[in-house]
Each structure stands twice: as structure tokens, then as C-alpha cells.
Design a protein around this ligand. Sequence first.
Ligand SMILES: Nc1ncnc2c1ncn2[C@@H]1O[C@H](COP(=O)(O)OP(=O)(O)OP(=O)(O)O)[C@@H](O)[C@H]1O
Length: 556
Amino acid sequence: MKSYIKQNKILFITTILVSVISSLGYVFMAILLQQLLDIAVGKDIQQFIRTVLFSIFYFAVLGIFLYLQSLLSKKVICKIMCQIRSDVFQGTVYHSIEDFNKKNTADYISIITNDVKMIEDNFLLPLFEVVQYTVIFTASFLLMIYFDIIVTVCVIVAIAIMFLIPSFLGKSLEKRQKKYSSKLADFTVGLKDILSGFEIIKSYSMKRYVIQRFSKENEETIRSKYSVDRLLALNEGISSFLALMVQIVVLFLSAYFIITERITVGTLLGMVQVSSNLANPLVMIFTNVPKIKSIQPIAEKMQNISQYSLAHSQKEHISSFDFCVCTKDLGFSYDKHKEILNEINCTIEKGKKYVVIGKSGSGKSTLIKLLAGYYSDYTGTIKYDNRELNLLDRNDVAQLSSIIHQNIYMFDETIQDNICLHEDYPQEMIDKVVMESGLYEFISELPEGLLYQVGENGANLSGGQKQRIAVARALIRNKPILILDEGTSAVDMQTAYDIENRLLKIKNLTIITITHHLRKELLEKYDEIICMDHGKIIEKGTWNELVSNHSLLFFS
Ligand SMILES: Nc1ncnc2c1ncn2[C@@H]1O[C@H](COP(=O)(O)OP(=O)(O)OP(=O)(O)O)[C@@H](O)[C@H]1O
């Protein structure tokens, strides 16, 4: 959090200065009140008029400073919140796919929304209040000594007791706050899960189940919040009670000192006013300090995400793919228990076309994800032009290949936006990829053409149309490697054949296709067919080579 304050230091210091001035102005009102009452008791009308005029000026200036203080603190908070959100989001975007997948997407949403709000409520707002009330308290304390030392000593005793409270409650508040933050994240994960499956909920009459599940998660989250609030209430209750005691001590002692003629009536009014400025600020300080401390684990969680790019920027750069991607004795498992890939040895040469076939679950998608640099935790080697993948910058590696998955994500924008992804491409290039991906016929039938809105995750499109947009999206980037993970499974056989046939004709483009369509006319166009079973490559070769070995019969 310190770095955000540093980044906004001028605005922050100005806010603190204005806050100090307005707080001092607020405290010194007590002297004004003391003098006013003493003048009233002394019945000096001239002095009374002078004091009234001065007071009008005093309050007008104080009003302006109070307004400025409020405005500036809100501005600092807005700026810092915006920076924290941007940094966490940026850090999230910089994550490698492997690291990103270690958390549920809803966890990230919860951090960017719920946790950032917690930083506002439990760190930034309390921080300004602590600064402001510390000034008020210190000035009031000095003023109290000026008014009467005995009353001040009594007040110190009460304050000393108040000091002990946050140290008792701070640790357990921190623990509960952390638990609440993770409950909020679980709640968001659950909610996202339920709403993502909305169509299934409707078609399989799951309403009762999801309402029950939501209620359970909602109640657990609220229970966790309430456990934080209970401790805050205890903290506030004890602090308020002691603050009240301070005021009562001041009032009774001052009343006694008027009787003994130690102080004037004006001084009593001044002291009552100051004692409220002593007690209330202390309540605010002692309720806010534990809040500020409790935010530490949440701030650390955010820092780990937002500083991700810094920790991962030490890798070698790679800007082109010139020869081949080779794997040697490649092995991989997702969870360290079940081996998914085993002793994979293959070479993907630049410009050649490869098709990977095999039973469902045999590890085809895992293999191409490894080749595309999704995961680092593999055994054996993967080399890009003889350079070990794990030593290369993942963002650079990602620039070398386009991958079209079975589940294609569409942004709720136009077809053109979904192809170009907000990069500028000449119209001829867009037209070219529209033709190559087989999109032309569909687009020419739309009145809006490329400007047709696809809806949330492409809800206004068919599966095949989405796949064709994904192919166009990949082609326009002109990356040297194109990977299709059943990228044409949602179109009819003929269209799939047409699209793949067109792609296979693109020279210099290295293609790796995973397919379940074992069509001779298409398979024989590939330079190599890689057959997988149980995480191993069991055979590879051209169509003719495999047929002469009777291998493909295995899959027929
Ligand atoms: N993210 C993951 N976490 C854990 N296990 C996974 C994950 N992804 C895949 N698996 C497991 O790895 C194995 C291989 O899956 P993979 O998707 O690579 O197979 P596939 O050959 O592409 O299958 P399909 O043809 O059905 O798409 C499967 O047993 C699957 O359950």
C-alpha cells in the first residue's frame, strides 16, 4: 500500500495538510467558546460584537477547509483504488495460462471487486480518519493541559486503559478478516458457477438445488462477515464506553473546580468541548487501527497478483520460429499422481502439416497445449529452434502460435471486433481471412455484415459460425504456427473439409490439427499423422505409410 501512497504523494500530502489545518481549526473552537462565555458572564458588549465578527470569519474559513479536506481525501481514495484495480488486473493478464488456471476466474473477480472495496473501507478511509483524529487528539490534549493539568492527568489514566483494547483484538480481527475475504471469493466462485450453467439449470429443473446452494453459501459468507462485525462491535462498544467516561470525568471535575474557584465557567465549557474532541477521536483511532492492521493479508494477496509480471520477466526472448519444435522424452501430469503424457518424442517442422488422432482422453489436447507453452511443469524437453521452452519468455512463445480450442470464447461485440480483437488490420486482410475461414457466405447474408453483434459469448451464433470466426481470428494474426484442437468439429463434414483444405494450402504455415474426422481425402494431405493412445505416441507417418502398416484400422 505504501507504494500507492508514494505514487500520489503530492495529492496525499496536500490532503494531510488540509486535514491538519481543518482539524486544528475544529479544536481551537474551544478557546472561542471559552472566551465567548467569559465575555457573556463579564457582560462586555463591545468585546462580544468583536468576537461574533471574528467567529463568522473563523467558521467560514473552517467550512471551506472541511469541504476541501473531504473532497481531496475522496480524490486520493478514487485514484488509489483505480491504480490498485488496474495493477491487479494487469498482473492477472500477465499471468501465464498455467498460473492463471491455478485459481478459479471468480477468485480474480472477487479480488478485483470485493477485496479492493475492503481496501477502501478498511485501509484508506480509516487511514485518513486516523491522521485527522490524531491531530485533533494531540491539539485537544495540549489545550486541555492549558485549561487544567489535574483534569488532564485524570483523562490520561482513562486513555491508557483505552490503549490496551486494539492490542487485544487486533490479531483475531486480522484472522477473521482473512477468513471473510476467502469466503467472499468462494461465494463469487459459486455464484459464477451457478450463473454460467443457467441454461442447464432451466432445462433440468435445478432451481430448487441452486436456490438451496446459493442460500447456504450466502449464509456462510454473511456468518463470516458477522464474526468480523461482532469483534468490531466489541471494539467500538468498549471504546465508546471509555470515551464517555472521559467526558464524564472532565465534566464532574470541572464542575467541582468551579465550586472551588480554580477555573471559570468559560473554561468549563472549553474543557467539555475539548474532552469530546479527546474522547471521540480516540474512539475513531482505536476502532480504525485494528481495521488497518487487519487488511495486511488481503494487501499481500493483491500484491502477489499485481507484481506477477516483475517476477516473471527474467526469461530469454524469442521473436521467430524458423526450424522446428522438438520434444524429447516428454512427460506430463496435471496433479503429480496420474501420468497423462509419457515419453513423447516428436518433431514439428516449420511449414509442415501435422494431424494428431487418438481416442478421447489419450492426451492429444494436453500435448498441443504443452507445445504451445501452456505448462512448464513437464519432464523431458520441448525445444523451439533448439532453445528450451522453459527458458523462454512465455509471452513471446504465445506470439508464435494461434490455437483454436473446442470451446471458443466470443466477446459480446461485433464479428469484426471478434476477428481483429481491437487491433488495426487493413480491410483487404479482413476480407482475405473471411474467405479463408469460410465465413463469407454467412456474413454476406447479414444486413450488418461484419458489424453483426454476436451476443454474450457468441449466443447469437451457431457453433460452426463461432469456429469459423475463431479460424479467421487466428489467420489474421499471421503467426507461424496454427493449432486446431478439433477446431472444425462443429461444422458439417463438407465445410470442415473445405476449411481445412484451404488452410493446408497456406505455405509456410505450420499446422497441427487434432481431429476425430478420419477422412482419407483430408488425412492424406497431412505431412504426418501422429497416433496417440494412453498418453503415448503409438505410431506416426504419412497416410500411405500408416495404411501400409494397417495402423489406421485401429481407429476405424
Ligand atoms: N486441466 C486438467 N486437469 C486435470 N486433468 C486434466 C486436465 N485436462 C485434461 N485432463 C486429463 O488429461 C487426460 C488427457 O486429456 P486431453 O484433453 O489431453 O485428452 P484428448 O485426447 O484431447 O481428449 P478428447 O479427444 O476427448 O478431447 C484426461 O484423462 C483428462 O481427464
